[in-house]
Write a protein that binds this ligand. Structure first.
Ligand code: DOR
Length: 445
């Protein structure tokens, strides 16, 4: 493969404190040279990807998505989910184990890794189950799963209701050095709730899911993390109360990290006023006050990362009655566009948003998979190029994901991924991006 020069983009790499115009050379799948300003690389022969006006940053990392394979291939496959990731600017994605069979043993984890290698688009890192069969009764073989290559453990989709089991899992997390990714939901408080418990549920006369159903479980698990010294990672934080408890826990030194989704940062319960099943998600979309607290939490590093919780479902499933439709939003391909609305509104800066999608999730995953989330020389060339001001229409027919379930369908977003490079390979490019041969003989500067 010929070296590729990404020329003249606005490079933002929080891992190295870079925020300026520059160029970047990729050789043999790795970043081989990075030059600030308008200089040409030492290499004489290379292809050029012009990046003027584009942001060039490390490939995004998603710690939380659902790829559905094995078992639910009608919703998504590892290959289609990988393509969706590439279109969304993601070069590393971590997939949840609520498949059929679930990822609770070495063989299924190895199967996912093999399928991802076969797809050959982005890096796919599996998450193993906390409990055997996701049944919440007995621990999954956590050491075996660690050896098979999981990046953490989760029964996501369901909470671990049994406190003793959660305590044991957290004990293991300490010795194995991997996080327990916690789906916090007190199902006794959720009962038959369908949406956030608040003004919208009251207006529609439907049962609501109280914020306490989340933060009560957050409290319990923070207490168990304190007791055990284990590593708790709270998935899809959606309430102000959870942010408050996590903030306090970090202050007193409990080992906790946390994530928030693009949809909980940008949408509210109002989305379900017309019973749009594509806005039905778990945890539910909450209030404007919660949204503000989540944004503040990101700013204060109470919430460490942004993760998609990409949850594809079929159109047939989502077409049904609101009460029966499965929860979830297909999010990989709209993440950047959604998040840019926060930047355009002056609520979060570009370097902060990029850091929460690159450097911070890389810190959680650790160094086991090489240097990711950085444009450092010698790191794998995982790179995302995006135009922060380009308008585009969300056309779900153009999604690579099999899941077309998004409340953003048909809406206009400002900010679009223009190219994604994974391990030096161009895995997605917008039609307007043209890679050319070097035209000039290099001028040294
Ligand atoms: O909305 C959701 N969908 N939340 C979850 O926790 C699980 C996910 C799914 O698997 O569909």
């Amino acid at each position: 493969m010929k070296p590729l020069l990404i020329r003249g983009g606005h490079i933002i790499d929080p891992s190295q404190g870079i925020d300026e115009v520059g160029s970047l050379l990729i050789t043999d799948g790795k970043i081989s040279w990075l030059g600030r300003g308008k200089i040409t690389p030492p290499q004489p022969d290379y292809d050029v990807l012009p990046a003027q006006g584009l942001i060039v940053c490390p490939g995004f990392i998603d710690l939380h998505c659902h790829l559905r394979q094995p078992g639910f291939e009608e919703k998504e496959t590892i290959a289609s989910g990988s393509q969706a990731a590439a279109r969304g600017g993601f070069t590393t994605i971590c997939c949840m184990p609520n498949t059929n069979p679930p990822l609770d043993n070495q063989a299924t984890v190895e199967y996912v890794i093999a399928e991802a290698t076969k797809a050959g688009v982005v890096r796919v890192l599996p998450i193993g189950c906390i409990s055997k069969g996701r049944k919440g009764k007995k621990l999954a073989p956590m050491r075996e799963l660690a050896l098979a290559g999981v990046v953490g453990y989760s029964d996501d989709g369901d909470p671990v209701l049994n406190s003793r089991l959660m305590r044991q899992a957290l004990d293991f997390s300490r010795t194995l050095g991997l996080p327990i990714i916690d789906h916090c939901e007190d199902t006794t408080l959720v009962a038959d709730g369908l949406m956030n418990n608040g003004i919208v549920s009251a207006r529609l006369g439907r049962r609501g899911i109280p914020a306490a159903a989340e933060w009560l479980m957050v409290m319990r698990d923070l207490a168990l993390a304190r007791l055990t010294g284990g590593w708790l990672h709270i998935a899809h934080v959606s309430t102000e109360g959870s942010v408050d408890f996590i903030r306090h826990s970090k202050e007193v030194g409990i080992r906790v990290t946390a994530e928030v989704t693009p949809h909980h940062l940008t949408l509210t319960e109002e989305e379900v006023l017309d019973y749009d099943t594509n806005a039905k998600v778990n945890p539910p979309l909450r209030t404007e006050k919660d949204v503000q607290a989540l944004i503040q939490g990101l700013q204060d590093n109470v919430i460490d990362i942004i993760a998609t919780d990409h949850a594809p479902h079929t159109a047939a499933e989502k077409r049904g009655d609101f009460a029966l439709a499965p929860s979830g939003i297909s999010g990989l391909e709209t993440t950047l566009g959604s998040l840019m609305s926060l930047m355009h509104a002056g609520k979060l800066s570009l370097p902060t948003l990029i850091s929460k999608l690159t450097r911070e999730p890389a810190r959680i995953i650790g160094g086991r998979y090489g240097k990711i989330g950085t444009l450092a020389v010698a790191a794998p060339a995982d790179i995302t190029l995006f135009d922060p001001t380009k308008d585009w229409l969300v056309d779900t027919n153009a999604f690579a994901s099999r899941g077309k379930n998004t409340p953003l369908a048909g809406s206009k977003l400002k900010g679009k991924v223009m190219a994604t490079i994974s391990g030096g390979k161009l895995v997605y490019q917008d039609d307007s991006i043209k890679v050319g041969r070097k035209k000039e003989t290099s001028k040294r500067s």
